[in-house]
Structures are given as structure tokens and as C-alpha cells.
Write a new protein. Structure first.
Length: 342
């Protein structure tokens, strides 16, 4: 690798400066991405390896980032398992046959992952194009987040249908979560074999759960994934939002790197999960709309909270938002590198 500081930080090794990458760094805030999307749907981009690689590389060509992340969508495995997925204009993802019963769970296929080979092909194309410039990250949605989409039929504010199934039919819930965990494990394993040099598990909606519910209904299934991937020998990142009260349990569930959102100070979060794991985060994505001096102040504060300890990867607390000023993204990356130079 020409630039391996991201991988070193994942392993808690010393680096010359703090590595930085951003979730959704390939996205709607970039004109290059908008040009591709003007001609192709999200699913078309995901399922066309050359297009997925092109979009993955757009932020790497534009910014001095320390890692790329393959362009895909967390819901792709649900479609392969038998759910009807559509990205409705202005509405986001929609599942037209949501899961509401044991029979629907039983009908879900436990795929071996070959149905998603277009993702692996995109990883291979991207690795060749990167040619060692920076590492490539693969990813998947975590079982709870996938289950919530599958049950609600799309995004949700209160996750009523999800929690109803969880509380009323715990056996059905655990069967669903076990299927999802096994599919995600195989999916990530094949991404690694295709060339992903680290993988991230996105549990974007798990923050809606109380700690006791996480421990009972989620933790064993996430543990299955991380245990299954440990032997693959690449860094495993465990990320969620709204997880200040869940961080200790997430650490128990697994991961070499724990993602931290912006609702908890980085130093408090790191102390909670323990200094024998790396941490990733945790600038508020909305801070990228602030004046440059305010972005610099916030970057400096997060770096100070990390305290120069090996194992910090700078990122946002969630993904880059649409309409984020491109020049502010560039400035934030420069601030991280400049202010953390050892």
C-alpha cells in the first residue's frame, strides 16, 4: 500500500497523522456522482461493477482521503433473499412485500452470496484501479437494521412493527435475525475474498433499542458475524448511531474498531469501549455546513479527545449529507491531516 495509515490505525499502530475517510463519501454532494445518477438508477449503479467502481473512486480522485469504500447499498442482500426492493424517487428504499409473519420469515432464502457477485466484481475492478493508493473497505448492513427495513417496508420513526414482532414473537424474531446474520457473514466473507481490506457492519437504526433489548434480541446475532469473520484477518468495524448507551454491549458483540456517532464525546466513548480496540469518528455531519473556522475548531477538539493514542480513525458520526459543500469536505480532510501530524 502506498498509504496504509488507515489499516495501521485499525490495528492501533502508530501513524504519521490521523487517517480520515467519510461514510457516504461517494454521494449526492458531488457533481460527478450526480452526473452518473442522471443516467442510472441506484440499483443499476450497484449492479454494474464498472459504474460502482467509478463512483467509489470519485472522492478518491477529488480528495486526499485515506480509504475508499465500495459503492453499494445495505439492502442488496434483502433483495437476493426474496424481498421486492425499489428505490422510489424522493422516498428512499421501499420493500413491497414486508415481513410480518413466521411464514414470511420461513420463505426468506439463506443465500450463499453468489447472487451478489456483482458487488465482488466491483471490488475487484476497484482494487485494480486503486493500484495500492489507499485501502478499500467493504460493508454490509447489520441484522437489526436489515430486519427493521424488511419488517417496516422502508424507513421508520418509531419502529413499531419491528418491535411488535420482536416482543410478540421472539422465536420468529430470532429465526429472522439468525438468517440475516448468516447471510451477512457469507456476504462480507466473499467481499474480503474479492479484495476488501477491511469491512464495516452498519447498524444504522439500532440506537432505537434499550440496552436490555439489544442484549437479548441483537447481540448474539452480531457476535455470530464477528466470530465468523475473525479468521479472515482483516479489520472489522462495528458502527451504529444513537448508541451512546449501547457502546459497551457493541464492544462485547465484536469488532476491532468501534464507530462512534456525534452524540457522545470521543474520549468518553473510547474509555467506555476500552483502549484495546480502535475507534472511528465522530464529527457531526451537519458541522460540514459550518464556516471553516468552526469546522477546524471541531476537528481539533475531536483530535484532542483522541489524545494522540494509536487507533483513532477520523470520520463523521454518520454519512455525508446531500448538499454538503464540497470545499468544506476538502477543508475538513486537510484540517485532520494538518492538525494531527506527528
Amino acid at each position: 500500500m502506498n498509504n496504509d495509515r488507515f489499516l495501521k490505525a485499525c490495528r492501533r499502530e502508530p501513524v504519521d497523522c490521523t487517517p480520515v475517510w467519510f461514510m457516504r463519501q461517494a454521494g449526492r454532494y458531488m457533481q460527478e456522482y450526480q452526473a452518473v445518477r442522471a443516467k442510472h438508477s441506484i440499483l443499476d449503479v450497484c449492479k454494474t461493477p464498472d459504474l460502482a467502481a467509478e463512483v467509489t473512486l470519485q472522492p478518491i480522485e477529488r480528495f486526499p482521503l485515506d480509504a475508499a469504500i465500495i459503492f453499494a447499498d445495505i439492502l442488496l442482500p434483502l433483495e437476493a433473499m426474496g424481498l421486492q426492493l425499489e428505490f422510489a424517487e424522493g422516498e428512499g428504499p421501499v420493500i413491497h412485500n414486508p415481513i410480518r409473519s413466521r411464514a414470511a420469515v420461513d420463505r426468506l432464502a439463506v443465500i450463499d452470496g453468489q447472487e451478489l457477485r456483482y458487488v465482488y466484481d466491483a471490488i475487484r475492478v476497484t482494487r485494480r484501479a486503486l493500484d495500492g493508493r489507499v485501502p478499500l473497505i467493504g460493508f454490509a448492513g447489520a441484522p437489526f437494521t436489515l430486519a427493521s427495513y424488511a419488517i417496516e417496508g422502508g424507513g421508520s420513526r418509531n419502529y413499531v412493527a419491528t418491535k411488535q414482532l420482536m416482543y410478540r414473537e421472539p422465536e420468529t424474531w430470532h429465526r429472522l435475525m439468525d438468517k440475516l446474520a448468516r447471510v451477512v457473514t457469507g456476504y462480507l466473507r466473499q467481499q474480503i475474498h474479492a479484495g476488501a481490506q477491511a469491512v464495516q457492519l452498519f447498524d444504522s437504526w439500532v440506537g432505537c433499542l434499550a440496552p436490555d433489548d439489544y442484549a437479548e434480541y441483537v447481540l448474539p446475532h452480531v457476535q455470530l458475524i464477528f466470530t465468523g469473520l475473525k479468521r479472515e484477518g482483516v479489520p472489522l468495524i462495528h458502527f451504529g448511531t444513537g448508541t451512546a448507551r449501547l457502546l459497551g454491549l457493541m464492544r462485547k458483540a465484536g469488532g476491532d474498531v468501534i464507530g462512534i456517532d456525534w452524540r457522545v464525546p470521543l474520549d468518553v466513548a473510547w474509555k467506555t469501549v476500552g483502549y484495546d480496540v480502535a475507534v472511528q469518528g465522530n464529527l457531526d455531519p451537519v458541522a460540514l455546513f459550518a464556516p471553516l473556522h468552526e469546522i477546524e475548531r471541531r476537528v481539533e477538539k475531536i483530535l484532542a479527545e483522541a489524545g494522540g493514542r494509536p487507533g483513532h480513525i477520523f470520520n463523521l458520526g454518520h454519512g455525508i449529507l446531500p448538499n454538503t459543500p464540497v470545499e468544506n469536505v476538502a477543508a475538513a480532510i486537510d484540517f485532520v491531516h494538518k492538525l494531527s501530524t506527528r
